[in-house]
Design a protein around this ligand. Sequence first.
Ligand code: NG1
Length: 445
Amino acid sequence: MVVQELEKRFWESYGGASEPEICRSPGRVNLIGEHTDYNGLPVLPMAIMQEILIAFRPREDQRVDLRNVDPSFPELRFENGPDIPASPAGEWDNYCKAAIQGLNKHFQVRTFRGMDVMVTSTLPIAAGLSSSSSLVVACALAYARVLGVRLEDDISRLELAEILAEAEHYVGTRGGGMDQAVILNCLQNHACKINFFPLRVEVAPLPADCAVVVCDSMVKVKKSGAALAKYNAGPRSCALACALVEQQLHREFGDGIELNRLGDLWFGPLCLTHAEAAEICEHAIPEPHVTVADAAARLKCTPEQVRTRWLGDLPEPERGFPLQAKLRHQLTEYRRVETARDALLAGDSELFGQLMNASHESCAKDFEISSPELDALVSAARDAGALGARLTGAGFGGATVNLVPKDICGDFIKQVEETYYCGYRNFDGPAPIFVAHASQGAGYL
Ligand code: NG1
């Protein structure tokens, strides 16, 4: 139905003789492993049925014409070329520009072709369900077809995911590769455990006795807007923590060792155990807060260099950056993801739920990406019988993900509706809660 409507809207809008092709790209919900991907540490998300669909057709010229069935998205167009200038932050054509520029660079495109695009979506926006990466992937699939590049023959799904993770930095976020990887590689009824550098995906079945329930906190997080700086605080603090850990490694093992990202402690040539990595981190950052001046003194550079190399314009808290807690979240979340994968394989939903709960505490207290609304929603969900409840995605708002025994799912939804939506938010519309079903990866219809 949605597809027919999309085709109809494409014809009405663009006319022409040849039929458009259609591709789909799902959203995703992250079950566990938050803000770890950009450090090269694993994550465990699943793709969901809510999706973006694109009808597209190549054009004879270089123009890319973007229209959306939803009238709140303005019609936009741009010229394809070697260096596509970005639109102001927040414009939705940036996601398509990111995809096209990424593929142009990878395939060293010289003949820049345009396309007509009509978008429709069942994916809530700015709810932590990765609508932005889903749009990037959908646009990339459309443009790949225009270029004559065949998915899986000319480019593997893993390769495309890696290219698009990098390409999405075009919009200004310094995200990792979780979203593009799960959107392209997930399997129906499964979650994906994803490792990075190099990208590897393994699937694990979801518990048969539980439902994955997503609750939107109704606090929008537009990463193209103000939330961008909040999100980037994660990668920036971790980059500085990584530089301090690298210096500790130099002290212990000599100057030759490079630590490009925190994950290299375990996955690089160092291949440390969890206990060894934890000890190095403790020695590297022995106190809770590190000021720019402290960091400069330790890294033997100027405060300006600390800013240019690692922190950018991140505002300095009065007591300094809470790097010790940020690092603790990375170390503990990595172990939780590993155990959560084992719990899935063993069909142990209780354990999986406990790990989700512990992840939320760590995200809230150590990584500081929760909000009063997310905490209230998580606590309402636990009171209503969730085995596990946590924020999902970038944080600061957006959605929570909950593991709920199937036999209490109806009552769970009713109770969360009453406590959070009616009680806490004073909202009397239909509660934005849904049971998420794990979808297969993006592709052509
Ligand atoms: P969402 O929730 O889609 O904004 C972001 C990053 C992920 C990951 C998570 C936090 C992008 C495109 N996505 O996801 O890579 O870091 O936050 O775990 O930046």
